[in-house]
Design a protein around this ligand. Sequence first.
Ligand code: C2E
Ligand code: MG
Ligand code: MG
Ligand code: MG
Length: 281
Amino acid sequence: CAKEKGKDQFAFYTKEMEEKTLYYIHMVNRIRKAIEKNEFSLVYQPFIDLETKEILGVEALIRWNHPTDGYISPVDFIPIAESNGMITQITKWVIKNAIEQKVEWKNKDVHLKMSVNLSGNDLVREEILEYIKSIIEDKKLKCKDFQIEITETAMMSNLDKAVDTLTKLRELGVQIALDDFGTGYSSLNYIKNLPIDVLKMDRDFINTIINENEEEALVSYVIKLAQALNLKVIAEGIETKEQEAFLLKNKCNMGQGYLYSKPIDPKNMEKIYKKYLSNID
Ligand code: C2E
Ligand code: MG
Ligand code: MG
Ligand code: MG
């Protein structure tokens, strides 16, 4: 009987693996087509000074509307693009488009720092570093108006090379943010040696703020840690006034989340920015 069961299980896993493989191949083909046919777009989510509510900049987030299957989340396709190397092309597309948007905004007197997500694979390639450098110089932008976000996990996966590339980017003046902080394995010791300027506290953290004292303590600890290391902090995924109040009380510098704005298209982003400017006049 045990043998029978074992056999069934084997058959079951094989089928599941086969389905996964087929899905993977299907996705790889669709991503390749999406790159060729330019099916991607970017939306922008503002991050703000929590105290003054000044809009400091935006995070560019990729969107993929497939002609027949509709919306496909970056959470689903980015890892696949990473696993077969297509991510480099996608990252270049994102950088190019985000910078072109930045130029357009600059010409319209919309002054926002531009933050772009990079994957771990991008950091092991000199190519991306050169690409960022040349395109920023070409458009006559300032590197300090540009930020890249990299997750702890991505950085850890090839630490030496990541540190090397990030150091070079930072020497140019590009700001480096550690994304989704709190979800990885970072220890104090390790953080203090990284070439970073900003900690982005993961929204899972922020989510649990209210009524869970332990998490509250954790968030305030992270903010204090960041201050001690001279890093700025952005709290991600702020959805409620209570979360905002707690973060303000604990002297968190910056915030991002649906409470302020969802990721939106460039035109709407301009509107929000102009509205903000008219309020402070
Ligand atoms: P991330 O970089 O941590 O981006 C933040 C994610 O949280 C975004 O999801 C954003 O829409 C969402 N978010 C922001 N505020 C709130 C909130 O208040 N509540 C909730 N529930 N969610 C909020 P999105 O756009 O689906 O992106 C998911 C992840 O995909 C990103 O996480 C990033 O890791 C990756 N990603 C997105 N765009 C790119 C890209 O251009 N390149 C690369 N390499 N990765 C990207
Ligand atoms: Mg990010
Ligand atoms: Mg994040
Ligand atoms: Mg994330």
